[in-house]
Design a protein around this ligand. Structure first.
Ligand code: NDP
Length: 503
């Protein structure tokens, strides 16, 4: 099909409305990843002091496969007493050895964790997809390898801390409470654990209520890697468990990734205490496409920016800012590309867009999309058949969006793109920065000087040039404004886990 066809012509040709075998298209044969490699037990306890223990609370939550709505397992819900025990176990492990272990010994442990994550990569990827709904190709090619990479990277730092901060002597902080969300359950746990452990801290980690299973499998991995008992403790549960953990007086530091609303509550709870805090919160990233960009490459970047992990990504490129002179071309090409995305069974290796993580999240996405239509935005979705069971949302593009509309301002955290246009670089920068968030941004142009001019003016922690959603353990990641404070990754990500004394 010639590349210069307009959206309307493509629609007439059947590309944008979907082609079925009956219309003369190809029949599709799924390529489903097997699940035999994963053993899911009916019930799980908490991981405290190097062993699985029953929750004193006596309560449990059910974790569900979002692609089928079928229950996967019952998982203990930690109450305040359980959190107390976990913090006490972490304190003992800290004082009785981990903080004083020579860096090279901690490094060996972390290298073993990284190797063991690689050994069990397929199992972890399948479990992540079952519990969270993300496409297997993403959990297999992104989440698990990057989680291992974070442990490798920080293992490398563990014996070099004395040289990491010029003229400063780093010391661990103590016991760290970490709360992670459901969009990258294993990867976020790795982002949090690896630097904390490398620096000599011990941890109590709380995974999200809807995605606890890979964190519990990680407990097994840590055990196999001979992480000493109590160095990492995992307390499962919902928001109340998270609140009990972050406000525990026995913590020296809290690290949180999640919504800005909960981040704000945590900051209020810790105000006036001696507990240190880092927050990695929401985002509403601008993806700026100039008229001199390589358009086909930019279209791939836009698709990756917003539809990767169903748009459940804090740094997702959810606001496309496209130069007016190429807007029609870009939007046409984008629709044509989106029409080829495969939405459905996350275990199918060809699936591009998997299930929405929970019924609640689907409700939030639907409400914001409805608001977008009410506010006058033009909604476009490709023709795609969604599975009958499970929680799904089709890839969605909004045009005719104003800067003030909710769809352009609020974090949807779903596969929904708002398209705005601009005429000059100054206008692009002003519109990109017109958000309470400041986590990430993208710039597409063939001219390096224009990319740098733009990047310098964007108020975002990460700016990608001619690419998007590239994450690397050596590179700091974190936000400005309401996207939080503190960095994760690289040397910058180690700093929040140490106190720096004068040499
Ligand atoms: P939350 O911020 O509520 O969840 C993130 C983590 O914090 C989870 O482990 C959660 O537990 C825990 N938590 C919830 N309440 C508290 C509390 N008071 N104190 C300590 N920890 C707590 O996000 P949601 O899952 O509710 O999602 C809501 C919206 O947040 C999404 O639509 C999205 O816009 C945004 N979000 C942004 C993320 C990001 O990375 N920027 C990540 C996740 C969500 P549990 O899940 O068990 O309740």
């Amino acid at each position: 099909m010639p590349a210069e066809l307009t959206g309307r012509e493509l629609e007439a040709a059947g590309v944008l409305t979907g082609v079925t075998p009956a219309d003369g298209g190809f029949a599709y044969a799924p390529s489903r990843e097997g699940t035999d490699i994963v053993t899911i037990r009916p019930g799980y306890g908490l991981w405290i002091g190097g062993e699985e223990v029953e929750a004193r609370s006596g309560r449990a939550i059910t974790t569900v496969n979002p692609a089928t709505e079928e229950p996967l397992a019952e998982v203990a819900e930690a109450g305040p007493e359980d959190v107390d025990l976990a913090v006490a176990a972490a304190r003992r492990a800290y004082e009785q050895g981990w903080r004083d272990l020579p860096g090279k010994e901690r490094a060996k442990v972390l290298y073993r964790v990284a190797r063991q994550l690689q050994e069990r990569a397929r199992e972890l990827a399948v479990l992540e997809t079952l519990d969270g709904g993300k496409p297997i190709k993403e959990s297999r090619d992104v989440d698990v390898p990057l989680a291992a990479a974070h442990f490798f990277h920080h293992a490398g730092w563990a014996d070099k801390l004395d040289w990491a901060f010029a003229n400063r002597t780093p010391a661990p902080l103590g016991v760290v409470g970490q709360v992670v969300p459901w969009n990258f359950p294993l990867l976020m746990a790795a982002w949090k654990l690896a630097p904390a452990l490398a620096a000599g801290n011990t941890v109590v980690l709380k995974p999200a209520e809807t995605t606890p299973l890979t964190a519990l499998l990680l407990a097994e991995v840590l055990d196999e890697a001979e992480v000493p008992p109590g160095v990492v403790n995992i307390v499962t549960g919902g928001g109340a468990t998270g609140a009990a953990l972050v406000s525990h007086p026995g913590l020296d530091k809290v690290a949180f990734t999640g919504s800005t609303t909960v981040g704000r509550q945590i900051q209020e709870a810790l105000a006036g205490t001696r507990t240190r805090l880092t927050l990695e919160l929401g985002g509403k990233a601008a993806n700026i496409v100039y008229d001199d960009a390589a358009i086909d490459q930019a279209v791939e970047g836009i698709v990756n920016g917003i539809f990767f992990n169903q748009g459940h990504v804090c740094c997702a490129g959810s606001r496309l800012l496209v130069q007016e002179s190429v807007a029609e071309l870009v939007v046409d090409k984008l629709k044509r590309r989106i029409a080829t995305l495969r939405v459905g069974d996350p275990l199918d290796k060809n699936t591009d867009v998997g299930a929405i993580n929970s019924a609640e999240q689907l409700g939030r996405i639907t409400a914001l999309v409805d608001a977008g239509v009410e506010e006058g935005g033009e909604r476009w979705q490709p023709a795609c058949t969604l599975p009958e069971r499970g929680w799904w949302f089709p890839p969605t593009v909004f045009t005719g969006v104003s800067q003030t509309s909710r769809i352009a301002r609020e974090e949807v955290f779903g596969p929904v793109l708002a398209v705005l246009t601009f005429r000059t670089p100054e206008e692009a920068v002003a519109k990109a920065n017109n958000t309470p968030y400041g986590l990430s941004a993208g710039v597409w142009s063939e001219k390096g000087s224009k990319v740098l001019w733009t990047a310098e003016r964007l108020k975002a922690g990460v700016v990608w040039a001619n690419t998007f959603n590239k994450l690397d353990p050596t590179s700091p990641f974190g936000g400005f404004k309401e996207s939080g404070f503190g960095r994760e990754g690289g040397l910058h990500g180690l700093e929040p886990y140490v106190s720096l004394g004068r040499r």
